[in-house]
Ligand binder design. Structure first.
Ligand code: AHR
Length: 647
């Protein structure tokens, strides 16, 4: 599904644009001086990626089988076994002769007689969606120990009928061997299942049971991928979040576990309470960043597990292994194909370097334990790769003692960039749009690596999107300091999620963008190259005892199109009339367009039933001059693109 952007016929200026002279009651005056400007970070808006809410397994990763490798802590999670009447058989999870040292569990059936059969079924995530006419590749590693018989693979519909089947073979070796078959699906089935019918006698073992739709890009689901493409992200921060840290160091994210063939990846349990196959690992993240034209920003564990969950600290004298992991990654991503890790990249099919420039050490870490470990990474990386920019992690808080201490330490210790996270109520965002105006221009730069407005109920409402848009006008105006910013988290699969609000919601077959998604998209597509000097007169307004600005804005200029871009957020119910005065040195052609995101209530949100309730609507404008009056609707985010003859 593509968010709809409507280009309607020209809106006559009488509706929204008035010659300034005939208007008496103007709420505000906006003065724009395009000859005074400062740069905008071209990678300001990006994506924060973390396997939370089943963003990857059961999400972007197109694998349809849940717990394909039986490595889940509950090894039979996702699976059911049925013994046919009369069949004498038992099953167990074994680890005596595993596929390899990273993939240590597998399922064995011990079948006494070949009367009847054993049925092994997997339900995927809320059923397995099957599309008529599409091909699906089934594969499994199988080992037979004096097993006589065959295995049938079936795709089953909601009524329990087999809609397509294939026989896998009958002569199974006593060494692990991969069997695969392509199944062309003859009918649509939203809640399908995979079933293996094991007919025979003896001992038979299975591992890495997979069903992958042929329509995938490096194992990624095309519809979710398209949603990311639409954002045109400047950067991709991965693989988390708290996920990087782990509940303990044992399940912290180790990039080397996530590359190579699927069966070689060392699956692990996830801090968010489920199992990760690592089907999308560091190599795929790098490919994804490259495909999206986004700067890759990998984050590495600092030798500390999640401090909020009771930290485990790697002893200082054994930190080498964590540091070496990062150095090896840089060689893997950027090094020559002659180098050991560069050769690995070559082997995986990517001889060209990925040119990674930014590396993050730690996520939401703080205190002396973090500082002393960060220093070790900083020295080792800079000694070998001085060109790499190292991100220092801020604490979970975005103000207060711990936050101030992190900044103080960062300033005193040569930190280049600090990763801030802001999850705040909409009112906080509206009251803090000038936060970065006060930042030291000589100090470390900022990556606002995670942010979102959390309204009461933590829903993805228009209210939350309005507050984020207001904050983003402040990010743009300060993008000499704020180099990168990403909404978080990215995906939500209802029924399987741990966290709301999120940018993109999906299930097996549907996906939609929240109002926050549309704000990210519209702001990024209208970023511009430079921020233009502008001011807006304001009458502060009081809401439940707090004072707020009544409008929030930023102005930028796009060299390629010659468009002056004005973004205005009106988070309040009433319309606001603004007299816009653009310095006469810049001549407008009188052509332009406006894009508006709004809805009748700030509590409105998009849903699976009404996925396009709140989307950007773009309208062509014409016949305006350097001085005009514009009405910004109540509860709206408006982007005006005003074409100029030149800056
Ligand atoms: O985005 C969800 C979580 O919020 C991230 O994992 C963590 O960094 C933050 O606390």
């Amino acid at each position: 599904m593509k968010p709809r952007i409507l280009i309607s016929i020209v809106v006559f200026m009488a509706v929204l644009f008035f010659p300034a002279s005939i208007l008496a009651d103007i709420d505000h005056v906006m003065t724009v001086n395009p000859s005074s400007f400062s740069p905008i970070s071209p990678i300001l808006y990006g994506i924060f990626f973390e396997d939370i809410n089943h963003a990857v397994d059961g999400g972007l990763y197109a694998e349809l089988v849940r717990n394909r490798s039986f490595e889940h802590t509950d090894h039979m999670e996702g699976w059911s076994v049925i013994l046919d009447k009369g069949c004498k058989a038992s099953f167990s999870i074994k680890s005596e002769r595993p596929v390899n040292g990273n993939n240590t569990h597998y399922l064995s059936f011990d079948i006494e007689s070949d009367d009847g059969c054993v049925i092994l079924a997997n339900n995927g995530y809320d059923g397995i969606p099957l599309v008529w006419g599409e091909n699906y590749t089934f594969s499994s590693l199988i080992r037979g120990d004096e097993y006589n018989g065959e295995i049938e693979v079936h795709l089953i519909d909601e009524q329990g009928n087999s809609i397509i089947a294939a026989v896998l073979g009958s002569d199974f070796d006593d060494l692990w061997e991969k069997y695969s078959v392509i199944l062309e699906v003859p009918e649509d089935c939203q809640y399908g299942r995979l079933a293996l019918i094991v007919k025979g006698s003896g001992l038979i073992s299975l591992d890495m049971i997979s069903l992958l739709p042929d329509k995938n890009w490096h194992g990624m689901r095309p519809d979710l991928l398209e949603m990311l493409e639409e954002l045109r992200p400047g950067f991709l921060r991965f693989p988390g979040g708290c996920l990087v840290e782990g509940d303990s160091l044992e399940n912290s994210y180790r990039w080397k576990d996530t590359i190579g063939s699927a069966e070689e990846r060392r699956a692990n349990y996830n801090l968010w309470g489920y199992h990760q196959s690592y089907g999308i690992g560091f190599f795929e993240y790098l490919l994804l960043a490259e495909y999206l034209g986004a700067e890759p920003v990998p984050i590495f564990n600092a030798g500390i597990s999640c401090q909020v969950r009771g930290a485990e600290y790697c002893p200082m004298n054994t930190m080498d292994v964590w540091i070496q992991d990062v150095l090896d990654f840089i060689e893997f991503a950027n090094g020559s194909v002659e180098s050991p890790w560069g050769a690995k990249r070559f082997e995986l099919g990517h001889p060209e370097p990925f040119n990674v420039t930014y590396i993050g050490i730690g996520n939401e870490n703080w205190g002396n334990e973090y500082h002393e470990r960060f220093t070790l990474f900083q020295k080792a990386i800079k000694d070998r790769y001085p060109e790499i920019v190292i991100l220092f992690s801020g604490p979970p808080s975005y103000e207060g003692a711990s936050f101030n201490r992190a900044w103080r330490w960062a300033r005193q210790n040569g930190v280049e960039m600090l990763d801030e996270h802001i999850y705040a109520v909409p009112e906080w965002m509206l009251r803090n749009t000038e936060r970065y105006d006060k930042y030291d221009r000589e100090g470390p730069k900022v990556m606002l690596g995670e942010y979102a407005a959390h309204e009461a109920g933590r829903r993805n409402t228009l209210q939350a999107a309005l507050a984020e848009a207001a904050l983003m006008t402040g990010l743009e105006r300060n993008s000499d300091v704020v180099i990168m910013a990403a909404y978080a988290p990215l995906f939500n699969r209802p029924g399987w999620s741990q966290w709301t609000p999120d940018l993109i919601w999906f299930d097996n077959t549907r996906v939609y963008g929240t109002p926050s998604y549309h704000v990210q998209k519209v702001f990024n597509r209208n970023l511009g190259d430079i921020i233009v000097d502008s001011s807006l007169t304001d009458e502060a307004i009081e809401v439940i005892g707090y004072w707020f600005k009544s409008l929030y804005h930023s102005c930028s200029f796009d060299y390629e199109t010659g468009d002056l871009i004005i973004k205005v957020v009106n988070p309040w119910p009433g319309d606001k009339e603004v007299l816009v005065e653009i310095n006469e040195t810049t001549k407008l052609t009188g052509k332009g367009e406006m894009t508006v995101i709004t809805s009748s209530s700030i509590f409105d949100e998009n849903t699976f039933d009404d996925p396009e309730k709140i989307i950007p609507i773009t309208t062509v404008l014409s016949d305006f001059s350097n001085r005009f009056t514009f009405t910004f609707e109540g509860n709206s985010i408006t982007v005006l693109r005003l074409n100029t003859w030149s800056l």
